[in-house]
Ligand binder design. Structure first.
Ligand code: BGC
Length: 727
């Protein structure tokens, strides 16, 4: 294992298992498998989390499915169960080798005078996304009676489950499998496995404690390492879900563990060649950034009907929903390294347009009001009550879905970036143009003309700072609306040039006549907050009249550590304390619009008033810090984003609701800071240049940018940077 590519722990603590489940996650975009141990069960939050397959249990939140766990394995030595939760291992290592996307563990136990060793590795197959593979081996230092129990665990960890009907277990030659259906939509889900051992005994699958397992009983010789290999597949949705899963595991067995492992390693090697950012001089930054990239690769969307959930594929937190996190924080990484994934993110929004149209209609608007929390149909999964009062346990009404109207502009921002970078107008032809124009239509129906100043204003919204609800003229939101109106007009022009009859037909069909003129007119008269005499931009109307308290002073007013700080009764609401970067996010997204003086004034004002209560915050401050020459101040904020999942220090509760998991927006944010902040990559008129601002700790950065046709290798040192192009 190469140093700089390994995240590991050398201790075992039961209380680390949730954190480790996130840290040591493996995945291939189709599923994520939490970094739990082989003997882990539902109580350890073992989860094979499926991307984009959702279910509702009763009236609870809809959330993604955790499939049955195909890799449940325990060992008994002379009738004693060897389980780290009950017998402390004398040595223990667990981690991920990011270079080849493999989870590993090695544990040593003492049972009397017998040394028991267990080792395993597992990886998500990249070439066949429905496959996951593991190798498990063990030995005893003195001859003993062993019982190896291995199979599919039907006892699934769920937040709001169960989501699967009682499974049926069956076998087909050497494969065993469980079939079930989701409860809400009766979608078939199958988990199949084949086990190959070097044992002389065999075992047939039987049901034991809600597990469909094989129990191998035999006398183990001292010092002999026994091993087994298991191929598992998870399939869902089709007519032939079960036969597909069986075929997959049998074909995998035939292909062989060694070949699959070698091919997977080669896939990762190629992926790292294009995606890695080499950091010189700072080991922690290197590891954090690589880990960020590792997670973004592991959860990339595999097709145009999926995008990346806010907690990746680490579980069911945030309903497995897609937020603005993907568009604003993760897309830049995909745009530079994996254009297919970037296109999938854009097309997912095209395919969920119908949900956005329904949502706008529901609230009395026209066009596309995108879901704040989007699942497979684009209808809003965000509930009315998103947080609870940790003291009274009463749900608290929040207005995230009604008022975070910036989401539509975020979707458009990412689509326009994709178009600017790739010139791939096929996206517009396949529904993208409609998506842009319906977004325009939404905003045109939302903004209000104030006859007193002749300008259009944007009432009653929530900006990125979720704590202040129902505010008027949030700078970030208004700027995004402006961008949407102008960008859509440009896209119409580009598409007219390419295929005028297509545009004419679409305009007739969707009744878009006059929309370009109206968008242009409103954009020209849209109020976008501008800097005052001190260079400060008000986050929203009246912001500067709120009580000017410090974050610490406000936090001292709470009664419970998990108390929700925002909303009508929140302690921060009457104050200028904000949850996360808001104006500063706007400055980061539109760097060319504002001179450094304005960036500096706002950065300096808002940073001390920011709680950084969202993992989306630190990277935006770090990015703008680099732009204004405050790189040293920004560096710890960059590290905070980059290291969040390694350290497992993200916020775990919001007003009594568990919100832990991986933080791909922070990962994407860390990438953004390294590339656009420290290396200072800039795009202008199809060309790239560098405006390098390395922090003291980093002596150099090397990375690649893939444009689809050409690849640039960028080498940055303290003395500036060099860009080399290759075909
Ligand atoms: C943040 C949002 C973010 C969401 C999901 C919330 O805490 O305020 O901006 O989209 O988490 O990451």
């Amino acid at each position: 294992m190469k140093p700089g590519f390994v995240v590991r722990t050398d201790r075992f603590l039961v209380e680390d298992s949730v954190k480790n489940g996130n840290r040591f996650l493996i995945g291939n975009g189709y599923f994520g498998y939490r970094g739990t141990l082989d003997e882990g069960a539902a109580t350890d939050m073992v989860a094979l989390n499926i991307a984009g397959l959702y279910d509702r249990q009763g009236s609870k939140w809809r959330e993604p499915i955790n499939a049955y766990n195909p890799f449940y394995t325990t060992l008994k030595v002379n009738s004693t169960l060897i389980h780290p939760n009950t017998i402390a291992p004398t040595e223990h290592t667990q981690g991920i080798d990011m270079e080849c996307g493999t989870h590993f563990r090695e544990s040593r136990f003492m049972i009397g005078t017998t040394v028991v060793k267990i080792a395993s590795e597992r990886f998500a197959v990249q070439a066949e996304k429905r496959l996951i593979v593991t190798k498990y081996s063990f030995s005893v230092s003195t001859s003993a009676d062993l019982e190896l129990c291995t199979g599919i665990d039907a006892d699934v960890y769920d937040i709001n489950g169960p989501h699967l009907a009682k499974p049926k277990g069956a076998t087909h030659y050497d494969a065993s499998y469980l079939t079930s259906r989701t409860l809400e939509l009766a979608i078939p889900v199958v988990v199949a496995e084949v086990t190959v051992t070097d044992l002389t005994v065999t075992a047939k699958p039987v049901w034991e404690d809600n597990r469909f397992v094989r129990v191998f009983r035999f006398r183990a010789e001292s010092g002999v390492t026994y091993s087994m290999i298991r191929f598992a597949a998870v399939t869902y949705g089709g007519e032939n879900t079960a036969s597909e899963a069986i075929e997959l595991v049998r074909a995998a067995k035939k292909h062989g563990y060694r070949s699959i492992k070698a091919e997977n390693a080669a896939w990762w090697k190629a992926k790292w060649t294009i995606s890695d950012v080499r950091v010189r001089g700072a080991e922690e930054a290197q590891l954090g950034l690589r880990n960020s990239i590792y997670h973004l690769i592991s959860i990339r969307p595999r097709d145009a009907f999926h995008s990346v959930p806010a907690r990746g594929l680490s579980g069911q937190v945030y309903k497995g929903a897609i937020f603005w996190d993907t568009e604003m924080f993760m897309m830049p990484f995909y745009l530079n390294t994996d254009l297919e994934a970037a296109r999938n993110c854009v097309m997912y929004r095209v395919h969920t347009l119908a949900g956005a149209l329904r949502k706008a209609k529901q609230y009395g608007y026209l066009g596309a009001f995108y879901a704040w929390e989007s699942q497979e149909t684009g209808d809003d999964a965000c509930s009315d009550f998103n947080v609870t009062d940790p003291v009274t346990k009463e749900p608290i009404r929040t207005f995230f879905k009604e008022q975070q109207i910036h989401i539509t502009g975020d979707v458009v921002y990412a689509a326009l970036n994709y178009l600017d970078r790739t010139k791939d107008l096929s996206v517009l032809a396949e529904g993208g143009l409609e998506m842009l124009l319906e977004s325009v239509r939404f905003y045109l129906s939302y903004v209000k003309l104030d006859r007193r100043d002749g300008l259009y204003h944007v009432p009653c919204v929530i900006g990125p700072d979720e704590y202040h609800e129902g505010v008027n003229d949030n700078a970030y939101t208004n700027r995004l609306i402006h961008h949407t109106l102008q960008g859509a007009v440009r896209a119409v022009a580009a598409m007219r040039k390419k295929d005028n009859p297509f545009v004419t037909k679409l305009f007739a069909e969707k009744k878009y006549a006059g929309i370009v003129q109206k968008a242009t007119r409103v954009a020209a008269k849209l109020y976008v907050p501008t800097p005052d005499e001190h260079g400060l931009i008000a986050q929203f109307q009246g912001y500067f009249h709120l009580e000017d308290a410090t974050v610490d002073a406000v936090k001292a007013r709470i009664q419970h550590e998990n108390e929700y700080l925002g909303g009508p009764n929140g302690v921060v609401t009457p104050t200028q304390v904000i949850k996360q970067a808001d104006v500063v996010t706007m400055l980061a997204l539109f760097p060319e619009d504002y001179p450094d003086r304005i960036k500096k004034a706002n950065w300096t004002y808002y940073e001390p008033r920011t709680e950084h209560g969202s993992s989306l915050s630190a990277s935006m401050y770090a990015l703008v810090a680099a732009a204004i020459g405050e790189t040293e101040y920004g560096y710890p904020l960059f590290l905070k984003s980059a290291m969040i999942d390694i350290l497992g220090e993200g916020k775990s509760y919001a007003g009594g609701i568990y919100i832990g998991g991986t933080h791909p927006a922070a990962s994407g944010g860390a990438y953004l800071v390294a590339i656009y902040g420290f290396a200072g990559l800039r795009y202008a008129a199809g060309k790239i240049r560098l405006d390098t601002r390395l922090p003291k700790a980093i002596t150099g950065l090397t990375f690649k940018i893939a444009t689809g046709t050409r690849t640039a290798t960028v080498e940055v040192t303290k003395n500036g940077g060099v860009i080399k192009w290759s075909d």
